[in-house]
Design a protein around this ligand. Structure first.
Ligand code: SAM
Length: 251
């Protein structure tokens, strides 16, 4: 897979590309990351990439010409073009899985007040990484690239994905490592037992408990197994937090 990033600040990606799992994925040829400086596509001698907004107001707006010329330079028939924007649809694990199937994604990073709205017509989708405003799209593009690259074949062990948050519609269960007793805080006994079936049940139950407590919205339209419903009933019977809109699941 190839990821092309159109940005005014390519130097921001040095640490991202050259560190840990992403660096290894690049080295092993699982992904190619190309950072293209939008400023290289300006036509005026001062290399202007932005101008004041029509209609007045504060801030500078990135101009169509350098952005769209940069896009035309890198775009191929198989490219999927994403524009980073707080007003876009919110990125999630399902989007990451979808992008991980693509041969080429191009991510356009805005800066300043954002981009001329006519650029929106030339992209496949506007994507946000959450309901807050960053100074630029660079960090957002790294978030998306990271989430996608770790899903590519062979980048990390396939099994590591299976129990991760969101993969089965639940948040993950708690992890522990040595020592088994840290200043009196003990690791749950079952994890030391070596009994695989009991460990599986414990982890599933804790996943359900975490999701119920922290992200009950994830459970609203999820299909449950009989075993999961049994655990949910236990939570309700023991007086644990149980949102009223989810009671239908255990009826
Ligand atoms: N004026 C814009 C608004 O109100 O929606 C915010 C512009 S922001 C300061 C500059 C750029 O950062 C945006 O064009 C976008 O590329 C990027 N950006 C900021 N927050 C983002 C977010 N939550 N998700 C994705 N990109 C974001």
């Amino acid at each position: 897979m190839k990821i092309t990033i159109l940005t005014l600040f390519p130097e921001m990606y040095d640490g991202f590309i050259n560190t840990s799992i992403i660096a290894r994925a690049v080295k092993q040829g699982k992904v190619e990351i190309e950072c293209v400086n939008i400023r290289d596509f300006t036509l005026d001698k001062h290399n202007h990439v932005d101008d004041t907004p029509f209609g007045g107001g504060r801030g500078m707006v990135m101009m169509c010409q350098p952005v769209l010329d940069a896009l035309a330079h890198v775009r191929k028939a198989n490219s999927h073009v994403i524009l980073m924007a707080p007003s876009g649809k919110t990125f999630n694990q399902a989007c990451a899985r979808n992008y991980a199937q693509k041969e080429h994604i191009i991510i356009i990073c805005g800066h300043y007040e954002g981009l001329d709205a006519r650029i929106y017509d030339e992209v496949d989708e506007l994507v946000s990484i959450g309901d807050y405003v960053l100074t630029g799209g660079e960090l957002a593009s790294m978030v998306i690239s990271d989430a996608v690259i770790r899903l590519l074949d062979g980048v990390i062990e396939e099994e590591s994905h299976l129990d991760e948050s969101f993969e089965n519609g639940l948040l993950e269960y708690p992890h522990y490592t040595k020592p088994a007793d840290y200043k009196g805080k003990k690791v749950p006994e079952v994890l030391l037992s070596g009994h695989h079936e009991n460990i599986r049940k414990f982890r599933l139950k804790e996943s359900l408990r975490n999701t119920l407590k922290i992200r009950p919205d994830l459970l609203e339209n999820r299909e449950f197994t009989k075993e999961e419903i049994k655990f949910l009933r236990e939570f309700a019977e023991n007086g644990e937090f149980f949102p009223s809109n989810l009671v239908k699941i255990i009826k």
